[in-house]
Design a binder for this molecule. Structure first.
Ligand code: GDP
Ligand code: MG
Length: 451
């Protein structure tokens, strides 16, 4: 198995902690990995170049917020950009079927032979019958292969739609005309027209489907493409896009082991929305296209979205290790250590998501407050510690009434808050003692980074 992009990036990332912004130099190595990941996913080379340029443009100067490290920040940018490019920035309307025309709404399917047009005709029919509750007629204009016409009949019946007969002796345009007439006569809402395909792009086939398209003026002209097509996806998509006013794309065989690079290539070349994807041979294997999932798949990232969102994982490892060393060597956990920990928490964002990673006694207390409260509190607490002298931080037992008053005034809080902090700190010290006894590995896990 190849390393996922996140694994590869995390290797690089180890060398570049503590950098505040994504720059040309700190992303160079990582962008090379992104490039490899795209190529391995079979994204066509010219597309890889353009996509990388776009990612780079977006990434430069991006602030590495909170406790994210630059690698995570870049992975976030890559994930976002890819998702946007393959359709995440389209509206739900743009991504769904548009059948709002005078019935019958015609759907024309075009694509190479074996792309999955006939299967998709059955899947679409089923989808429209079942979820849109419309009356669907199908017809095959594949006059070169009798078996293809029969195949459409079979899937149409499985879909609960009606098949309009055609034969190899007829001309595609005549078949189309007869089917439209039948659809009007019997008040079908939708007519799905299946067409012939060649193994390679061929002038005669292109002209035939283009003629059918001009005649039918479909509500949807859908380009059906095999997700396994790899590098060829670009040329095939370009040829169909130039010849036909495509309204959308259906990506078939997304259940295969391709990394899905064809999705990116085809979307990039045509600019048309990918509306559905086929995920099995049977008619139930049909889903609305999910740009975010496909972007993850292209990058081989798997859980990367979760990883990036789970900022808790990026708590500074060095800090945690130093702290662990300190405890192990018998040194006391002081208020400076406490401050460092709190500062990390402050950068962690969604507090409730890290709750379950805290020790039980903390969970109980923390679950009673909201994220906002926690953040506000943390900021105040940091302010209090900052108002102490180094000696006070090292030896909190020195902090008696007069020092408390001075510290409270410095931080702009009532004295009670200083008291509360000292109490909190004591509890934390107890916890540290407990961890010293045996829970060290647990703490390391709790503060462990993404490695
Ligand atoms: P056409 O020549 O474009 O009409 O393609 P077909 O509909 O005849 O499909 C070609 C082959 O691909 C058939 O064996 C189908 O069962 C298979 N196929 C089509 N769509 C999918 C899909 O989404 N997943 C899988 N696994 N196989 C598919
Ligand atoms: Mg067919």
């Amino acid at each position: 198995m190849l390393d996922s992009l996140s694994q590869r990036l995390s290797k690089i990332v180890k060398t570049m902690r503590g950098q505040a912004r994504l720059t040309e130099s700190n992303t160079k190595d990582m962008l090379r990995e992104v490039r490899l990941a795209l190529l391995e996913a079979d994204v066509a080379l010219p597309v890889v170049r353009e996509v990388l340029a776009r990612i780079k443009e977006k990434a430069m100067g991006v602030e590495v917020v909170g406790s994210l490290n630059p690698g995570q920040a870049l992975v976030g940018v890559v994930q976002e950009e890819l998702t946007a490019i393959i359709g995440g920035d389209l509206s739900p309307e743009e991504r769904s079927l548009n059948l709002r025309v005078q019935p019958p709404a015609v759907i024309l399917l075009a694509g190479l032979q074996g792309a999955g047009k006939t299967t998709t005709a059955g899947k679409l029919a089923k989808h429209i019958v079942e979820t849109m509750k419309k009356k669907v007629l199908t017809v095959s204009c594949d006059v070169y292969r009798p078996a293809a016409i029969e195949q459409l009949r079979t899937v149409t019946e499985q879909a609960g739609a009606t098949w309009f007969p055609s034969t190899t002796g007829e001309k595609p345009i005549d078949i189309a005309a007869a089917a439209v007439a039948e659809a009007r006569r019997r008040f079908y809402d939708v007519l799905i027209v299946d067409t012939a395909g060649r193994l390679a792009i061929d002038e005669a086939m292109m002209n035939e489907v283009a003629e059918l398209n001009s005649y039918l003026k479909p509500a949807e002209t859908l380009f059906v493409i095999d997700a396994m097509l790899g590098q060829d996806a670009v040329n095939t998509a370009r040829a169909f896009n130039e010849k036909l006013p495509l309204t959308g794309i259906i990506l078939t065989k997304a259940d295969g082991d391709s990394r899905g690079g064809a999705a990116l290539s085809v979307r990039h070349v045509t600019g048309k929305p990918i509306k559905f994807m086929g995920t099995a041979e049977k008619l139930t294997g049909f889903e609305p296209f999910d740009p975010e999932a496909m972007a993850s798949r292209i990058l081989g990232m798997g859980d990367i979205v979760g990883l990036v969102k789970d900022v808790t994982k990026s708590i500074d490892i060095e800090q945690a290790q130093k702290l662990a060393e300190k405890i192990k060597s018998g040194n006391r956990f002081d208020l400076s250590d406490f401050r460092a920990q709190l500062a990390q928490m402050n950068g962690m964002g969604d507090f409730s998501s890290i709750l379950d990673k805290l020790p039980a006694q903390f969970q109980q207390a923390a679950s009673k407050v909201s994220d906002d409260d926690v953040k506000k509190n943390l900021r105040r607490t940091l302010g209090i510690i900052d108002s102490m002298t180094p000696l006070e931080r090292r030896k909190p037992e020195l902090i008696k009434a007069s020092r408390k008053k001075r510290i409270a005034a410095g931080a702009g809080v009532p004295v009670q808050e200083v008291n509360r902090l000292l109490k909190q700190f004591e509890q934390m010290q107890d916890m540290m003692k407990m961890m010293k006894k045996g829970g060290l590995s647990r703490m390391m896990r709790m503060f462990g980074g993404l490695t």
